[in-house]
Structure formats: C-alpha cells, structure tokens
Design a protein around this ligand. Structure first.
Ligand SMILES: Cc1ncc(COP(=O)(O)O)c(C=O)c1O
Length: 306
C-alpha cells in the first residue's frame, strides 16, 4: 500500500528513522546509521541532545506561540541579541527577522532589499542578481535567484528572473587561467558589475553563497573575489546578501563563512545575512535574516511589509 506521506520519491523505499543520538540515527529495524551529512548540513550539534528537548518542553509549557504583530517574547529578544553578537561587528545595532527556514529567509531578504531601496528613494531598484551555479531554496522567489537547472526547468515560466552572473568554479573556469585561477575572481566580479550596469539602475541586491553548497559542493572562491564583489555592490548602491543557510553557524570553522574573507582583504561586510539549518540544528524549523543597522534604519516608514 502506498504511504500517506507525500514522499520525495515514489520509486524508492525509505527506512523509518525512530531515534537519534550524537552522530547516529536508528531505524525501526534497529539498524544504526552514521549520519555523516547531518541530514542536509542541518544537525550541527548532533541528534538527541537532551538539554535542547528539555528547554523546548519548558518553553512549550509556558507559551507555544504568539503573533509577531501583537507580541514579542523574551526568548526571541534574547536569541536575536545573541545572533547579532555572533554575527560580529558589522551587524552591531542591526536586527534579526525570524522565519521558519532557509527558503523563507531568502524570500524575506529579497523583499527586505526591495523595500529598503524603495524607502531610501530608489524605487526603480527591484532586481536581485544572483549566480548561475547556486541554490537558494525551494520557493518561487528563491528559485528565481537559484541556478540549478534541473530543479528550475519546469517552473521557469512561473518566475520573474533577473541576471545570473558566472561563478568562479576553477575546475571548469570560464576564463583562460594559467595561474591556477589566482586572478580570475576579478573577471567574475567584473561580470557582476556589467550586469548591474545593464540593469539600468534597477538592481536592488545581489545574493550569493560565500562557499557554494547544494549546487556546487564546497567550492571556495578564489582570492580577492568576494572582497571585490562587496566593493562593487557598495559602490553601485546594491545590497549584498550573503546566503549562509548552509555555511553559517560555525559550519566552516568561523561563525559565518564570510569571515574567512574579511581579515586580510578589504572585508566582506554583507548588508543582509541569512541563516537557517544549523541555527536550530533541526530541533525546530527556524531561519533568520540578520540585517545591518543601515538596512533597518532605512525602513523609515517603520513597517516591514512582509
Ligand atoms: C544556501 C541555501 N539557501 C537556502 C536553502 C533553503 O533552505 P531550506 O531548505 O531550509 O528552505 C538551502 C538549503 O539547502 C541552502 O543550502
């Protein structure tokens, strides 16, 4: 009999997972799995951490949900403060918008970038540029800025698309590099600048994964690329949106992956930073959009239309 769960695949049978502890998951037959991938880069602190479920039970007993149009909560306030601190100096004085996951955070960031531009008097700016090999989520807005061909194909007629620029992927570099791709980052950054210029003043933001994830496993950009991208965006009035759903929360060895590119070089200081996955390690559906003080102050009307 077919499962009542609308599964990812009707062709495959899935083991039934019943328990987890640390790096292991057990199925209903008692078989143990070493969860090398942490689901899909989600369970950063491991399965079955008792401290977390105990805290969740306590909170659920106190209060399960209130609407953000009516209340704030001490836990949301505390977590937002912690996250801003965790995100570092660039985000001091900024604010965090909580969501239910990565895709929703990307949608939120796209809309925030648009509203920011409208409110600072740049109403023409509505395009969010992105990169050809990229993954930003499953919803339609996220799909429009993603580059995975197969995941996009049949839905393309439903989405509004803006320019996708090349990505420095040195194994298959678009440029004729003879130096092991040490300098082609500048060429790719120049591609972005040309795309922004061709948008005729309509570019609102640029979204990127600092280290490529789902669509190009763990590809680290060449030296100088991200600082140059950041500089181009700053100069062109385009908001820099770092999607750290996969790379954030310590997954690359720093709190956020952009920090790897920020010390020696000019610095990569995104205007908006997106986190999910490891943010809650799978214990709750949770995402966050962390905005700098400049972006939050830009919403001068006082209401985020979202
Ligand atoms: C970089 C990036 N952005 C966004 C998403 C979407 O996140 P979610 O699956 O939580 O909606 C993912 C998921 O893999 C991702 O890797």
């Amino acid at each position: 009999m077919r499962s009542a769960v609308f599964r990812r695949s009707f062709k495959k049978s899935f083991p039934s997972a019943v328990r987890g502890e640390g790096v292991y998951v057990w199925d209903s037959e008692g078989k143990r799995y070493l969860d090398f991938s942490g689901s899909a880069a989600v369970n950063l602190i491991g399965h079955g951490v008792g401290e977390i479920s105990a805290a969740m039970v306590e909170q659920a007993k106190q209060l399960e949900f209130v609407h953000t149009s009516q209340f704030t909560t001490p836990v949301a306030e505390e977590y937002a403060r912690d996250l801003i601190e965790f995100a570092g100096e660039n985000f001091r004085g900024g604010a965090v918008y909580f969501t239910c996951g990565g895709s929703e955070s990307v949608e939120t960031a796209l809309k925030l970038a648009r509203q920011y531009q409208v409110e600072i008097g740049q109403a023409k700016r509505h395009q969010v540029l992105s990169r050809t090999q990229s993954y930003h989520g499953s919803t339609l807005g996220a799909l429009s800025v993603s580059g995975n061909q197969r995941r996009r194909e049949i839905y393309l007629s439903m989405v509004r698309e803006f320019a996708h620029v090349g990505i420095p992927y040195c194994y298959r570099c678009n440029y004729d590099c003879t130096d092991g791709c040490r300098n082609c980052g500048q060429e790719y950054a120049a591609e972005l600048e040309r795309a922004i210029e061709s948008s005729n003043g309509q570019a609102a933001g640029f979204i990127f994964e600092p280290v490529s994830g789902a669509t190009l496993g763990a590809v680290v950009p060449p030296p100088g690329y991200l600082p140059k991208i950041a500089e181009v965006c700053r100069r062109q009035g385009v908001l820099l949106i770092a999607d750290e759903v996969m790379t954030g929360m310590g997954r690359t060895g720093r709190n956020f992956a952009i920090e790897h590119f920020g010390e020696k070089h000019e610095g990569v200081a995104p205007d908006i930073l997106i986190a999910a996955k490891g943010l809650s390690s799978g214990y709750a559906p949770l995402g966050a959009v962390i905005a700098t003080k400049r972006v939050v102050d830009g919403i001068a009307s006082g209401t985020f239309l979202h």
